[in-house]
Design a protein around this ligand. Structure first.
Ligand code: URA
Length: 437
């Protein structure tokens, strides 16, 4: 048998595999393994892997290919054992958006309801931010925890968040970086296997996925978001994991702030019960409710009540302080001076382009093009007007927090569309896929 596998690998050829996928044929486990591991080991160059990824993006994958690809990516590195954590534990993942700081507010709320949160996160790449970057904008905050320290912290305060270890799904890490620069990010099989391999390898047995849909998300239509959701749920079932996907709107940035430190400040405001944008609060409260519902196996109604109570009574805020302190952070914000940009005409805001806003924050130094780029945590944008709101000529549309790099006002104004008549508002939360109760 062993001899047979070796012989088969020897006879494999990346060009034949690309040709096969080009014709929409199904790739075997061994063929996928040959390519993925060959790429991780540097035996298959970027240009051949890119060709295969493009063929997959255009031709798709069968269910069995998606399951196999997920499995190979999990097997490419270590898997974490969270059995040292006592009690209920639930993980959360967002497919990525602009101004998406929900994790920062959701985890302390959920942990103060008694559900353990042991979360690994990644750094941002492209125009969407990463939770690790947001947390590292807090002076002193440590994200490189040893695994034992991570488990101990979850057991003592119910919550820890660490940077994804280099050896968790290394195949996904390398392939994801290549997808980012080859126009192959918006493929359902590739997204589903990428997200689910990491979630399964990082040990969670109950997972809530905030699946973003809209102009600022990978999934542009509700139909494609639902297909992605169903694929991730099926992968979860194969590994005996409960997965619920919450489909939420990302056709404009979430909340008011976009930029690492600004987003931490906005999440902090929510936890302090200070006024924040309704869309941000609603997404936070809904995700937290589903996590508590899944983690404690209680009704959604009871979970919602618990979530509202811990927020109102300041328990979530207390948990946030404990979490920041445990990871050596100091909540001392050093804001840059803001520059206001005003509306050139009166009317209603009918669009705020999330991808453009994200790109501008990246250009200001708040995001990275390459994984090695340094970030300026303080830069960012505060939106004063969002879709559906009335604005008068000369009224402030946004505030820019910039450092050395200054961009023209026109670049910011191009993110907004102002029209005579208001538009029909889009739904913020479209619903769930995978609800079990
Ligand atoms: N997030 C991931 O981890 N992978 C993807 O492919 C897309 C979003």
């Amino acid at each position: 048998m062993f001899y047979y596998i070796i012989k088969m690998v020897k006879n494999m050829n990346i060009i034949d595999i690309i040709e096969k996928k080009k014709k929409s044929d199904e790739l075997s486990y061994e063929e996928l393994q040959y390519v993925v591991m060959g790429y991780v080991e540097g035996k298959i160059p970027d240009y051949q892997m890119s060709a295969l990824l493009m063929a997959i993006t255009l031709k798709g994958m069968s269910k069995i290919e998606i399951f196999n690809l997920t499995d190979i990516m999990i097997q490419s590195g270590e898997t974490l054992d969270l059995s040292g954590i006592e009690g209920y534990k639930v993980d959360k993942h967002s497919t990525g958006g602009v101004g998406d700081k929900t994790t920062l507010a959701v985890l302390p709320i959920v942990a103060s309801c008694g559900v353990k949160c042991a979360k690994m996160s990644g750094k941002g790449l492209g125009f969407t931010g990463g939770t690790i970057d947001k947390l590292e904008s807090i002076p002193g905050f440590q994200t490189n925890l040893e695994f034992d320290q991570f488990i101990d912290q979850v057991n003592s305060i119910g919550l820890a968040l660490m940077s994804q270890t280099g050896n968790l799904c290394p195949a996904d890490k390398k392939i994801y970086a290549l997808r980012d620069v080859t126009g192959t990010t918006d493929s359902i099989p590739l997204i589903a296997s990428s997200i689910m391999s990491k979630k399964i390898a990082s040990g969670a047995d109950k997972i809530i996925i905030d699946l973003k849909v809209g102009r600022g998300a990978f999934m542009k239509t509700l139909e494609s978001a639902r297909r992605l959701a169903r694929t991730m749920i099926e992968i979860g079932q194969r590994y005996d994991r409960d997965v619920i996907c919450l489909v939420t709107n990302m056709s404009q940035p979430l909340g008011s702030m976009v930029g690492n430190q600004l987003e931490v400040e906005e999440a902090y405001q929510l936890l302090k019960n200070e006024p924040v944008r309704r869309d941000f609060k609603e997404v936070v409260m809904t995700i937290a409710t589903y996590m508590v519902h899944l983690g404690k196996n209680i009704s959604l109604r009871d979970a919602k009540k618990e979530v509202e109570t811990v927020l109102k009574e300041g328990k979530a805020l207390e948990k946030f302080h404990q979490f920041i302190e445990a990871q050596h952070g100091k909540l001392e914000f050093d804001d840059l001076p803001g520059r206001e940009i005003v509306a050139p005409k009166s009317g209603y805001v009918t669009r705020v382009e999330p991808a453009k806003i994200g790109e501008l924050v990246k250009e200001l130094g708040g995001g990275r093009e390459k994984t090695t780029d340094q970030i300026d945590y303080r830069v960012g944008i505060k939106l004063h007007k969002k879709v559906g709101e009335k604005v008068k000529e000369g009224e402030v549309l946004l505030t820019v927090y910039e450092n050395q790099k200054k961009l023209e006002d026109r670049e910011y104004l191009d993110c907004f569309t102002i029209e005579k008549h208001s538009c029909i508002g889009e739904r913020l939360i479209y619903g769930t896929v995978g609800e079990m109760i």
